[in-house]
Design a protein around this ligand. Structure first.
Ligand code: HEM
Length: 169
């Protein structure tokens, strides 16, 4: 059991690195170049070409986080009826509840971004490269903020993980 637990924590941390790392690289080093008229075409082609594979990597990391996270909660004894009933009245239970709430939002934002706003924004940029139509502006903002907010929330989930292991103060 001990080896399985260590393996689950290792996989959880590795999946968090892949998920957060990919999102940060995209947000900091790739997506901002869509504003540059010279780089817009190649960056859009890169996002379209690499998009499906990046999306698969992202979803695999999220599933790994859910499975290993649930197992870690079980090993730590947080999945018993008693622990669940008293979760809201102790500091670590609150960190666990915040983590589960944050994870639900990350999944919802990722569904909206990967299946709807991201591809729709890419289509709109292709049709209207200078971004003059209100619909292009709207779709780009939705895709951008879904990505940014999801990344920010994921950073808070790392903090919640640290608190679950070490306590608040
Ligand atoms: C984007 C999603 C997530 C990220 C980025 C993330 C990140 C992390 C990180 C970096 C740690 C290690 C903290 C440390 O050792 O100080 C951790 C621990 C932990 N996480 Fe997550 N996590 C995510 C989702 C989840 C989910 C969905 C669950 C529960 C279903 C969960 C439950 C846990 C637990 C129980 C620990 C403590 C592991 C241990 O026993 O050492 N996490 N998380």
């Amino acid at each position: 059991m001990r080896v399985l637990y260590l393996l689950a924590v290792y996989t959880h941390i590795l999946a968090a690195i892949v998920w957060v790392g990919t999102n940060i690289v995209l947000a900091i080093a790739v997506v901002p170049h869509l504003r540059d008229p010279e780089l817009r075409g190649p960056v859009l082609a890169l996002l379209r070409g690499a998009g499906p594979r990046l999306s698969r990597v992202g979803w695999s990391a999220l599933v790994a986080l859910l499975v290993t996270g649930t197992f870690n909660l079980y090993v730590r004894g947080y999945l018993t009826t008693d622990a669940m009933m008293s979760a809201a009245s102790n500091p670590i239970g609150i960190a666990v509840l915040l983590k589960l709430l944050g994870m639900s939002c990350v999944i919802a934002l990722n569904v909206a971004h990967d299946l709807r706003w991201g591809p729709a924004a890419a289509d709109a940029i292709e049709r209207d490269p200078r971004g003059l139509q209100p619909e292009t502006v709207r779709l780009r903002s939705l895709a951008r903020y879904a990505g940014r907010f999801g990344t920010l929330l994921s950073l808070l989930l790392v903090a919640a993980g640290v608190v679950i292991v070490r306590g608040w103060f």
